[in-house]
Design a protein around this ligand. Structure first.
Ligand SMILES: Nc1ncnc2c1ncn2[C@@H]1O[C@H](COP(=O)(O)OP(=O)(O)O[C@H]2O[C@H](CO)[C@@H](O)[C@H](O)[C@H]2O)[C@@H](O)[C@H]1O
Length: 665
C-alpha cells in the first residue's frame, strides 16, 4: 500500500510495483492512496476491475451506499483477498481478485512485470473502472517522445473542515469555495469528505433533508465535560458531505450569530466541529469503509483552525494520524478566533500546547493599564502547526506577510513563506453560468448578448425602477462591512445620483449601512434600490441584469462576485487590491492594435473621488463606445474561471505536504 511519504521517484522505474495498483469504487471513490501517472503525449491505460457496491437513490436524488450490499455483490464482481488496516482498525486498503481470468492475471502481474508488458496486456471495457495513466520513458526509446516530461498525480483521502458549505449553509464566499472545490477534487479521482455543522435554524432545515443519520457517534472531551455529537451523511456529486449534529447548532440565525450579535459560545461550537472532524475519518464507514488515518485535512479559516493542532497534540503522540497532513486555507485573515487566555483549558488540548495558541495583544490594543493582553488565537495555532498554508490568491498571499495586510500575524506568516501558497479561487460553473441559470429571466451566452438586456429589464421591473434598457445599471452584492468598502460607495452616492444611472445594492451586515441604504432608497426613488438581506436568487439576477458591478473592498483575499460578474458579461470595477487585482485586468482600448484588452477597471487609491472618476469613465465607455464595451463583456465571459486550474494547484500543494514530515511540535 502506498504511504504518504512516497515520492514520484518511487514509481518512475520500469517496474510497476504494488504501489502503482490501486482501486477505485465504481463512482471513482478510492480507498487509500494511489498514483496516477501520465505523460504528455503517448498514454496507455492499465485497468483493474474494482469492487462494486449498490446505490440506493432516494427521492431527492441523493445516494446512500451500503458496504453490506457490496459484500453481497462480491460474489458476482470479485473476491476480497485481504484488507489492510491501520492501527485504529480502519480499513485503508484492500486487495481484490476479480473473477475475470484476464483481469486477475493483470492484477497479479503488476507486482512482477514491467510496465511495457502490462501496457500491452491491458484490458479495456465497460466493467473496467479504474484507469491508471502510466508512463515509462525508458521503455519507449525508439519514440521521439522520450524527452516528454512524465508527470505524476497522487490521489488522496481529503477531509475538508469548514463552518459553511453551499448549498447547505452559506453566509459568504467560504461556503461557495467549500461547496465547489471538493467536488472538483472528487471529479479528479480523490476521495473527498466535507465536514461542517448541521445547522437547523428553522427556516432552512430542508437543505439537510437528504442527509441520513449515521449509527456512529463521537464523545468529545472539552469545556470541562463530555459532549456527544452525531453525524449525518449525504453522498452527492462525488463527495461525502458530513454534517456534525449537536444541539448548539440548532438555533435561529446565521452560523455565527443572530439579530443580537455573534453567538457567545462560538468558540465551543467550532471546537466541537474540529474534534468531530478529526474523529470522522476514523469512525465513519462511508460507502462501507472509513477514510482511515492517511488523510489530508484541509481546514478552512479559524473555525476549523484547531484541526492541525489537534492532530499534532491530541492524536500523533498516541500514534494516530502519524501519516496525516494538514493544510490551513486562509479565506479571511481578519477573523482569527481570539478569546481570553483562560479559555485554553476548554479546548480539549494537553496543557503543554498553550504556546501554540498563545497570543499577546500589543500594548495599544489592551483594554486598560493592568490588562496583560493575553489571549488564545485559534488561527495563529493553525498557522504554526499546519503542514502547509494556502490562501485564496497570490496577491493576498503576499499582502498577509506585510504589516498592512497581516492583521498582526504578518511576521509569523512571513516566517512560513516557504510553505505558503496563493491559489486563486475558481467558481462553480454549474451554478454560475448565464446559459443555464434558473434564477434569471432570460438565459444567454457570449454568442447571444441581447438576452442579457432582457435580464436587465426584468430586474428593473422587479425592483420597481423605471424600465430603461439604455440607462447604465450598477450593482453591489456583499456583506455590509468595513472590508467591502460600503462606506466609500455610500459616500459617493449623492454625487453619483446626479448622473443618469440606476444603482442596486444587495447586502446585510452592519446596521448603520442597512439604515443608510434605506435612506438612499427613499431619497432617490427612481434611481436607487437597497435590498437588505441575504438572497441567492436575487444575487444571480443582479449579476445578470446590471451592466457594472462595483467592489471597492479595502482588502479582498480573492473575491468571487467579480468572477461571477465577468462570467455574466457584467463589467467589474474593483479596488486594486488582493485577489481583485489578480483577477480583473484593466481596460486598455488601444491595446492589440485598437481591439482593446482587459476585463474591467481596477482603481486606486481607495477613495470616493477615485471610485467616482472610474465609474464615470466606465459609464462613458458604456454610452459612447458600444463596441469597446462589448469587447469588455466578451473577454470577461470567455475568461476561464472554472476550478480546473485551482484544483491542479491544490494537488501540487498536497503533494508537497506529503513530501515533508508532518508537524510534530
Ligand atoms: N446579501 C447577499 N445575498 C446573496 N448572496 C450574497 C450576499 N452577500 C454576499 N453574497 C454572496 O456571498 C459570496 C461572497 O463571496 P466573496 O468572495 O465576495 O466574499 P467573502 O468576504 O464572503 O469571502 C471570503 O472568502 C472568499 C472565498 O475564499 C474570498 O473570495 C473572499 O475574498 C473572502 O473575503 C458570493 O457568492 C456572493 O454572491
Amino acid at each position: 500500500m502506498a504511504t504518504l511519504q512516497a515520492t514520484p521517484s518511487r514509481i518512475f522505474g520500469s517496474k510497476f510495483t504494488e504501489n502503482s495498483v490501486f482501486y477505485h469504487f465504481r463512482d471513482g471513490r478510492q480507498v487509500g492512496f494511489a498514483y496516477l501517472l501520465s505523460r504528455n503525449r503517448k498514454v496507455k491505460s492499465f485497468c483493474v476491475r474494482t469492487r462494486s457496491y449498490t446505490e440506493e437513490k432516494d427521492g431527492g436524488g441523493s445516494i446512500s451506499r451500503s458496504g453490506k450490499s457490496a459484500q453481497d455483490k462480491e460474489q458476482n464482481e470479485g473476491l476480497l483477498l485481504g484488507t489492510e488496516r491501520d492501527s485504529s482498525g480502519s480499513v485503508v486498503g484492500f486487495q481484490l481478485i476479480p473473477h475475470s481470468a484476464i483481469i486477475e492475471e493483470k492484477v497479479l502481474e503488476t507486482q512482477e512485470k514491467d510496465l511495457e508488458t502490462q501496457e500491452n496486456e491491458a484490458v479495456e471495457g465497460d466493467e473496467l473502472l479504474a484507469d491508471v495513466e502510466t508512463s515509462d520513458e525508458t521503455n519507449d526509446e525508439t519514440s521521439d517522445e522520450t524527452s516528454d516530461e512524465a508527470s505524476t498525480r497522487i490521489t488522496f483521502n481529503i477531509v475538508f473542515v469548514t463552518s459553511e458549505a453551499a448549498p447547505y449553509s452559506k453566509t459568504g464566499g467560504l461556503a461557495d469555495v467549500c461547496g465547489s472545490l471538493p467536488m472538483a477534487l472528487g471529479a479528479r479521482g480523490h476521495r473527498v469528505m466535507v465536514v461542517s455543522p448541521r445547522y437547523l435554524d428553522g427556516s432552512s432545515n430542508q437543505k439537510f433533508a437528504n442527509a441520513v443519520e449515521m449509527e456512529q457517534r463521537a464523545k468529545i472531551y472539552c469545556f470541562g465535560g463530555v459532549q456527544e455529537v452525531g453525524f449525518f451523511h449525504e453522498y452527492r456529486a462525488g463527495v461525502d458531505w458530513i454534517f456534525v449534529d449537536h444541539p448548539s447548532y440548532h438555533r435561529p440565525g446565521t452560523p455565527y450569530g443572530d439579530m443580537f450579535g455573534a453567538f457567545s459560545d462560538n468558540q465551543f461550537r467550532f471546537t466541537l466541529l474540529c474534534h468531530a472532524a478529526c474523529e470522522a475519518p476514523l469512525v465513519l464507514p462511508l460507502g462501507g469503509y472509513t477514510y482511515g488515518e492517511k488523510c489530508l485535512f484541509v481546514a478552512n479559516d479559524w473555525h476549523a483552525g484547531l484541526v492541525p493542532v489537534l492532530l499534532a497534540a491530541k492524536y500523533r503522540p498516541h500514534g494516530v494520524y502519524k501519516d496525516a497532513r494538514s493544510i490551513i486555507v486562509i479565506h479571511n485573515l481578519a477573523h482569527q478566533g481570539v478569546e481570553p487566555a483562560a479559555t485554553y483549558k476548554n479546548l480539549g488540548l494537553p496543557p503543554g500546547w498553550y504556546k501554540a495558541l498563545e497570543w499577546v495583544f500589543p500594548t495599544w490594543a489592551r483594554t486598560h493599564a493592568l490588562d496583560p493582553g493575553e489571549a488564545v488565537n485559534v488561527l495563529k495555532s493553525a498557522i504554526v502547526t499546519a503542514d502547509r498554508i494556502v490562501t485564496v490568491s497570490q496577491g493576498y498571499a503576499w499582502e498577509i506577510t506585510t504589516p498592512e495586510g497581516g492583521y498582526g500575524l504578518h511576521e509569523l506568516l512571513a516566517g512560513r513563506k516557504s510553505v505558503l501558497t496563493g491559489i486563486t479561487n475558481g467558481i462553480d460553473t454549474n451554478e454560475w453560468d448565464p446559459s443555464k441559470d434558473e434564477f434569471i429571466a432570460s438565459r444567454y451566452s457570449v454568442h447571444d448578448l441581447s438576452r442579457k438586456g432582457q435580464c436587465k429589464i426584468a430586474l428593473q421591473k422587479e425592483l420597481g425602477l423605471p424600465v430603461r434598457p439604455d440607462c447604465p445599471m450598477i450593482g453591489f452584492i456583499g456583506r455590509l462591512d468595513f472590508q467591502k468598502g460600503v462606506d466609500i460607495i455610500l459616500s459617493a452616492m449623492p454625487d453619483l445620483m446626479q448622473d443618469d444611472v440606476q444603482f442596486v445594492m444587495l447586502g446585510s451586515g452592519e446596521k448603520q449601512y442597512e439604515d443608510w441604504m434605506r435612506h438612499l432608497e427613499s431619497t432617490y426613488k427612481d434611481k436607487f434600490r437597497g435590498w437588505v438581506g441575504f438572497n441567492v436568487p436575487i444575487s444571480h439576477r443582479i449579476t445578470a441584469g446590471c451592466d457594472i458591478l462595483v467592489m471597492p473592498s479595502r482588502f479582498e483575499p480573492c473575491g468571487l462576485n467579480q468572477l461571477y460578474a465577468m462570467k455574466y458579461g457584467t463589467v467589474p470595477i474593483v479596488h486594486d487590491t488582493g485577489g481583485l487585482r489578480d483577477t480583473v485586468q484593466n481596460f486598455n482600448p488601444y491595446a492589440r492594435e485598437g481591439n482593446g484588452e482587459g476585463t474591467g477597471w481596477a482603481f486606486s487609491p481607495l477613495s470616493r473621488e477615485s471610485l467616482l472618476a472610474t465609474l464615470r469613465i466606465a459609464i462613458g465607455t458604456y454610452r459612447d463606445y458600444k463596441s469597446s464595451w462589448e469587447g469588455l463583456m466578451k473577454r470577461g465571459m470567455e475568461k476561464n474561471s472554472s476550478w480546473d486550474d485551482a484544483a491542479t494547484q491544490y494537488e501540487q500543494v498536497f503533494e508537497w505536504a506529503v513530501i515533508d514530515p508532518p508537524y510534530a511540535g
